[in-house]
Design a protein around this ligand. Structure first.
Ligand code: UDX
Ligand code: UDX
Length: 458
């Protein structure tokens, strides 16, 4: 295999791993190497139990691994071998110095760029797969070109739009692939090589090419707009709880307008995940940096509304349970930030748990995939917390069940059996509106659907 068709991805996380697995699966004449500093992660990718849970991923990895897909920790050798390098290392929100709490922390990105310079022996195309602030490519280009080996690096922006839980489907059938390149002859040549990779399976009309800055900005804006829809509908759910309106009906009614569209209008306990909050704060920081405080305030409100939604949910739990949850067992059904993933980054469950622990509640937590991560997230919390592998055991002797994640299996439990095992009066707070509220109410539960009035048997 010639080096022009050897692809490397640095960062074997939720983005890098699945993306490269699908590229290897679809483009069998390319060799795809995925490298990560974290040996445990790489061992996971090379084992039968992949380090991330993603429907359909096991089969894709099994088909391609050892054929044209390889996972390794050998950064130096893999940089030497590949001519196309995707960088998918994490870019968390800065926790220190200027821009702390808002700007992106680019230290891993810069370290990676320096590793590329150190080990490269020929020209490379370097692709930003991580979400980065606008103009990062420019800085990266400068760092890469500062090498004293006379090597040239073309920096391309190719943000990933897949969502967790549906990553494999999203990667196989993307709405669009966005590729941004410098508007120079070299930049356009590099662009064509990346277009060629995606053309193995993505129709030409779905591959959109732009300049680097538009591509970088589009990623931030796509996430900000999606999150904005969620905050908008969540803000209305608060109003619905005070009136006779039902949020699901409002969502359906407005979503039937083809100009608005039905997707991303599901009210819930708030959005989580590694991207939305981080990317909006990043956008806010950029707007402030460019002297646009009104634009910054506008977008920051999306995050504030999300915080409000999480807090509001807990306040309702406390209020309905006679203004105290101290010493009461509360069962959390779901901890992942969304269904079909074990990922808990920025999960509303973390904030909800902490608020309930502050109120001295005893927590019992069940999630089909996310318990290991939940344990890590709550490791430094004082208070009474148990992690249980069985939902029925989780709810036993509980005063309330909180539905935090929209796992399908929650819909099919035997709730009359659950009710019998709970303390009375028994409460269900459906933070995702996935259960049959009327049925539960008739069984004897006190039901609080999100975004509609309480159904109390008291
Ligand atoms: C990451 C970013 O968080 C996101 O902004 C971007 O859009 C895509 O990449 P994700 O894949 O979910 O998303 O992150 P994570 O699961 O944390 O994976 C990053 C991996 O990079 C980790 O496995 C980490 O060990 C690895 N890494 C990090 C390196 O190999 N080298 C480094 O210097 C830093
Ligand atoms: C998101 C973007 O969708 C994806 O394009 C980008 O590449 C990464 O960030 P992800 O965070 O994996 O993907 O999941 P997503 O499906 O967008 O859900 C994010 C959060 O919003 C979850 O907590 C989810 O429960 C919540 N959500 C989503 C709602 O509360 N209501 C909705 O209608 C949709």
């Amino acid at each position: 295999m010639d080096n022009a068709k050897t692809i490397l991805c640095i960062g074997a996380g939720y983005v890098g791993g699945p993306t490269m697995a699908v590229i290897a699966d679809k483009c069998t004449d390319y060799k795809v190497i995925v490298v990560d500093l974290n040996k445990e992660r790489i061992d996971g990718w090379n084992s039968d139990k992949l380090p991330i849970f993603e429907p359909g991923l096991d089969e894709v990895v099994k088909r391609a691994r050892g054929r044209n897909l390889f996972f390794t920790t050998d950064v130096a050798a893999s940089i030497k071998e590949a001519s196309i390098i995707f960088v998918s290392v994490n870019t968390p929100t800065k926790t220190f110095g200027e821009g702390a709490g808002m700007a992106a922390d680019l230290q891993y990105w810069e370290k990676t760029a320096r590793a590329i310079i150190e080990h490269a022996e020929d020209d490379k195309i370097v692709i930003e797969k991580s979400t980065l602030p606008v103009k990062t490519a420019e800085a990266m280009h400068r760092i890469l070109e500062s090498n004293d080996k006379g090597l040239h690096f073309d920096v391309i922006s190719n943000p990933e739009f897949m969502a967790e839980g549906t990553a494999v489907d999203d990667l196989r059938n993307p709405d669009r692939v966005l590729i941004g390149a410098m508007e120079t002859e070299r930049g356009q040549k590099a662009l064509k090589r990346i277009v060629d990779i995606y053309s193995c399976w993505v129709p030409a009309e779905k591959i959109k090419t732009t300049n680097v800055w538009s591509s970088e900005l589009s990623k931030l804006v796509a996430n900000a707009m999606l999150a904005q829809r969620i905050s908008s509908i969540n803000s209305i759910s608060a109003l619905c709880e005070k009136t006779e309106a039902e949020i699901n009906d409002v969502s359906d009614a407005i979503g039937m307008d083809s100009r608005i569209g039905a997707k991303f209008l599901k009210a819930g306990v708030g959005f989580g995940g590694s991207c939305f909050k981080k990317d909006i704060l990043n956008l806010v920081y950029l707007c402030k940096h460019y002297g646009l405080p009104e634009v910054a305030d506008y977008w920051e409100q999306v995050v504030k509304m999300n915080d409000f939604q999480e807090t509001r949910f807990v306040r309702r739990v406390i209020k309905n349970m006679f203004n105290t949850v101290a010493g009461k067992k509360i069962a959390l059904f779901g901890f992942a930030f969304k269904a079909n993933t074990g990922d808990t980054r920025e999960a509303p469950a973390i904030y909800i748990s902490k608020m309930l622990l502050d109120e001295h509640a005893s927590l019992s937590i069940y999630d089909p995939e996310a318990l290991d991560n939940a344990k890590i997230d709550l490791a430094d919390q004082e208070g009474d917390i148990e992690f249980v592998n069985d939902p029925y055991e989780c709810a036993e002797d509980a005063h309330a069940i909180l539905i935090i994640t929209e796992w399908d299996e929650f819909k099919n439990y035997d709730y009359s059996k659950i009710l019998k095992s709970m303390k009375k009066p028994a409460f269900i707070f459906d933070g995702r509106n996935i259960l049959n509220h009327k049925e539960l109410f008739e069984l004897g539960f006190n039901v609080s659907p999100l975004g509609s009035p309480d159904m109390l048997n008291l």
